[in-house]
Design a protein around this ligand. Sequence first.
Ligand code: SF4
Length: 114
Amino acid sequence: MSGKKLTLENVKKFAANAAEKNGWVLNPDPDFLESVVEGLYNTYLEFGYMLCPCREGWGERERDRDVICPCHYAAADVAEFGHCYCGLYVSEKFIEAGGEPGSIPERRPEELMP
Ligand code: SF4
């Protein structure tokens, strides 16, 4: 990720690859997906790394490393709730069952939050 700046398209691809690698799928709602990907792109532009777009970060890569997408909490959240905290990544099973991502508990420990 060094050198050339990522484009919105790169971020989309990145998310698709991350989903595939982890056995998840991207949120099937195109507008929702677009908005989270844009959020991710914006945090990347602001901080230089893809900070979770639905969390507050420290703005320092080292302190935010647990919430750089895909965050350290995504696998457990997808397994337990069918989707990650932002609803970017979902499980196929959850979608097939007609699930829609909603609000879930924050798994990031309080002591790691700004
Ligand atoms: S909750 Fe985690 S996996 Fe989902 S968009 Fe935010 S950082 Fe990425």
